[in-house]
Design a protein around this ligand. Structure first.
Ligand code: ADP
Ligand code: ASP
Ligand code: MG
Length: 406
């Protein structure tokens, strides 16, 4: 069987008219003699609306019930797609995570797919049916409904491609592919023809929402090529593939950024072994992700300042945990909610000297202050004031000649 997985994102199924458009795309692949498996996200905005209901009704809404609610958005879009395909004379039906089942492990709201039972779908495909599978969801060992991380229908699609041994996986979204940076922020961002799993993973993890990071990890692990393209244009998209299949002159492939970060600085922390661990333990226990960390050298060897960043949405909880942590002492806690992280990404950086210097020089020329720095082999991230975000991305886009890249 020549199987193809087509995934449609929130904007692509964002209205009834758009869903009709989506069904026509699906039919075009049926006409090319593919056995089509569709994975859909919820209509745009729906998951956020559901989430806000849980926040409004209770301060501590339980995570397992939250997943039951959040997973309902996909039920609507999948039924609408299947219903319209039937209306066009095709055999189609929706499948929710528990109906296959899609088995997951791990915590609620960040579960991982471990297995997809194939029998029902394979039988349905043999009878020329078009299954529409709800993305972003599954069930766990206790038969509770689970969701993956936000944006997780990308991961559902990649794992469908893996378990059903699909020939291709196409991610249909609202932009024409993966760009050098978010085309909705920087108008002269360029579409990238091919990008390696490594670079895409880094760009996604550092804020490029176009692909969910876990989906890229899974694709890399299982060597699944991904074609990212637009639902609203026939133009070719971006291929996410192995490094060795890519020829690129550019040292830097792209720039990612996050808008909603917060920076916390603990002034006058005791400088002795184990202190950092004591600060971060309760954050870890409450599933709060700490991103950048810097510790100053202490002048007298007794006290130091420790700075770290988190997501802005975790600030209230983090602040409470730090202030109520009776195992640590500090003189003052300074919080800054107006920070953004900008990162340049490229595998070429390992072998090219001077990238860090060029990045810092470009920002300095425009008087943009760098608050925190972190690096890995293929990325450099800097924390800056949020008001300078667009300017910084523009400057770096120019500095690394991404306007001309393909
Ligand atoms: P979907 O609903 O189809 O899953 P998302 O909203 O999750 O779509 O992701 C698409 C969005 O990702 C785009 O509208 C764009 O604003 C954003 N984006 C961020 N960085 C990039 C990038 N480097 N290339 C393309 N899009 C990007
Ligand atoms: N609907 C889910 C979300 O908004 C999953 C997805 O869009 O991929 O996060
Ligand atoms: Mg998405």
């Amino acid at each position: 069987m020549k199987i193809i997985v087509l995934k449609f994102g929130g904007t692509s199924v964002g209205s009834l008219e758009k869903i009709v458009k989506v069904t026509k795309i699906i039919i075009s692949y049926i006409k090319k003699k593919y056995k089509v498996i569709v994975v859909s996200s919820a209509m745009s905005g729906v998951t956020n609306e559901l989430l806000s209901k849980t926040k409004k009704i209770a301060q501590n809404f339980p995570n397992d019930e939250k997943d039951v609610i959040l997973s309902t958005g996909e039920q609507i879009s999948c039924a609408l797609i299947a219903g319209k395909l039937c209306d066009f004379g095709y055999k189609s039906r929706s499948w929710l995570g528990w109906q296959l089942p899609i088995l997951t492990s791990g915590n609620h709201s960040s579960s991982r797919i471990v297995k997809i039972q194939k029998t029902k779908i394979l039988n349905y495909l043999k009878k020329d049916g078009i299954p529409i599978i709800a993305g972003y969801q599954g069930i766990n060992n206790d038969f509770r409904i689970t969701t993956l991380e936000r944006g997780g229908s990308d991961t559902s699609a990649i794992l469908c491609a893996k378990f059903f041994d699909a020939e291709k996986c196409i991610i249909f979204t609202d932009v024409k592919g993966v760009y050098t940076t978010d085309p909705n922020l920087i108008k002269n961002a360029k579409k990238i023809e091919k990008i390696s799993y490594e670079e895409m993973l880094e760009m996604a993890s550092l804020g490029a929402k176009v692909m969910q990071p876990v989906s890229i990890q899974e694709a890399r692990l299982n060597r699944i090529e991904i074609d990212v393209r637009s639902t609203f244009s026939k133009m070719s998209g971006t291929l996410i593939t192995k490094k060795k299949d890519i020829l690129s002159k550019n040292t830097i492939r792209g720039i990612s950024f996050t808008k909603n970060d917060a920076k916390l600085t603990l002034i006058g922390v005791k400088d002795k072994p184990g202190i950092a661990a004591l600060i971060f333990k309760p954050l870890y226990e409450n599933s709060i992700n700490v991103d950048m960390v810097v510790q100053n050298v202490s002048a007298g060897g007794r006290e130091t300042d420790l700075t770290f960043t988190i997501k802005l949405e975790d600030l209230k909880k983090t602040r409470k945990l730090v202030e109520n942590n009776r195992y640590i002492k500090f003189r003052k806690l300074i919080v800054n909610r107006n920070v953004s992280k900008v990162s340049i990404v490229g595998v070429g950086m390992v072998t090219t000297p001077g990238v860090t210097f060029r990045m810092f020089r470009a920002l300095a020329k425009k008087k943009i202050n760098i608050e925190v720095i972190s690096t890995s082999e293929i990325k450099i991230s800097v924390l800056i004031n949020k008001k300078n975000l667009k300017k910084s991305v523009e400057i770096l886009h120019q500095e690394f000649k991404l306007n001309n890249s393909l």
